[in-house]
Design a protein around this ligand. Structure first.
Ligand code: GDP
Length: 296
């Protein structure tokens, strides 16, 4: 399960505080030393860890907390609040344009789960009575076009695709026009991915952004890759101004580093998480629920 090691360590540390009738500054410091190590071990960005621990300490070593009837529980509440804030505070919802269709560009590196996530998002929208259209712009990988077509058929969602020789930017433009004609209210564009972030990829994505003025640019990253995922997010955000992140493979045994660092490092909220390979395995991300799950 995701975050298992982190959850176990944090829960064990905070358990020591829970029942205490009196909590001293030294108790808080000791607990925060352990919290710091647990977060670092979960591959959370070191600067994020430092700021987090300082904020918790500052709020916890407060007279009102210390002198309350349940000081241990108050400290735990501070940790819970700060963890929630770290992951974005409240839920960050998918945009919905007042003038449909809402255009969503899905970007990311190969293997992150971009194509699968694009189909999952279509499924998610379909369940909310929307009419999405999938657009195959990953023309450098014919298998990706086929993959999207198969998924679209499975979901009964239209897939806009062209030959491998068409330019992704014009495919995207044509797709938006077609979506208007067919009364689709969401256009989900599966863009090309590469093995590494490179100039060519970025300039193609920037051209597409210019051409279709998306309401959302969602970066799909693999949670299993920890700080690498955060670095990828930083790069993409610098070049494209992302509106959000989708963290995939949270059903695996990821340590938690990406989920806990990406918002703090890039400023981009996590909007969805992938919880499996099936098309139904996509969930909106709730920072408070995730914090609750980690702290038990
Ligand atoms: P792309 O190259 O980024 O388009 O990646 P794909 O969509 O082809 O996905 C790569 C692999 O990751 C596939 O085997 C997917 O089934 C798998 N995958 C995607 N999302 C998830 C997820 O949330 N959990 C798990 N376990 N596997 C996933």
């Amino acid at each position: 399960m995701a975050f298992e090691g982190l959850a176990e360590r944090l829960q064990a540390t905070l358990k020591k505080l829970r029942g205490k009738g009196k909590v001293t500054e030294a108790d808080v410091k000791e607990a925060m030393r352990e919290v710091r190590l647990a977060l670092l071990e979960a591959d959370v960005n070191f600067k994020v860890v430092k700021d987090f621990v300082n904020r918790v300490k500052e709020r916890a070593v407060d007279q009102e907390v210390m002198k309350s009837l349940t000081p241990g529980q108050q400290v735990i509440k501070v940790v819970n609040d700060e963890l929630t804030q770290l992951m974005g505070g409240s839920q960050s919802k998918l945009a919905q344009s007042h003038r449909p269709p809402t255009v969503v560009m899905m970007v990311g590196l190969q293997g992150a789960g971009k194509t699968t996530t694009t189909a999952k998002l279509a499924r998610y929208l379909q369940k909310q009575n929307h009419h999405p259209m999938l657009v195959a712009c990953d023309v450098y990988r014919p298998a990706a076009i086929k993959q999207l077509q198969v998924l679209g058929e499975q979901l009964n969602v239209p897939v806009f695709a062209k030959g491998e020789n068409d330019r992704p930017v014009s495919i995207a433009q044509e797709a938006v026009t077609k979506a208007k004609e067919e009364h689709c209210d969401y256009v989900l564009i599966d863009t090309a991915g590469r093995l590494h972030v490179d100039e060519e990829l970025m300039s193609e994505l920037a051209d597409m952004r210019e051409a279709v003025s998306p309401d959302e640019i969602l970066l799909v990253v693999d949670a299993m890759t920890g700080q690498d995922a955060v670095n990828v997010a930083e790069r993409f955000h610098r070049e494209l101004e992302l509106s959000g992140v989708v963290l995939t493979k949270l059903d695996g045994d990821t340590r938690g580093g990406a989920a806990l660092s990406v918002k703090a490092v890039t400023g981009c909220p996590i909007k969805f998480v992938g919880m499996g390979e099936k098309v139904d395995a996509l969930e909106p991300f709730h920072p408070d629920r995730m914090a609750g799950r980690i702290l038990g």
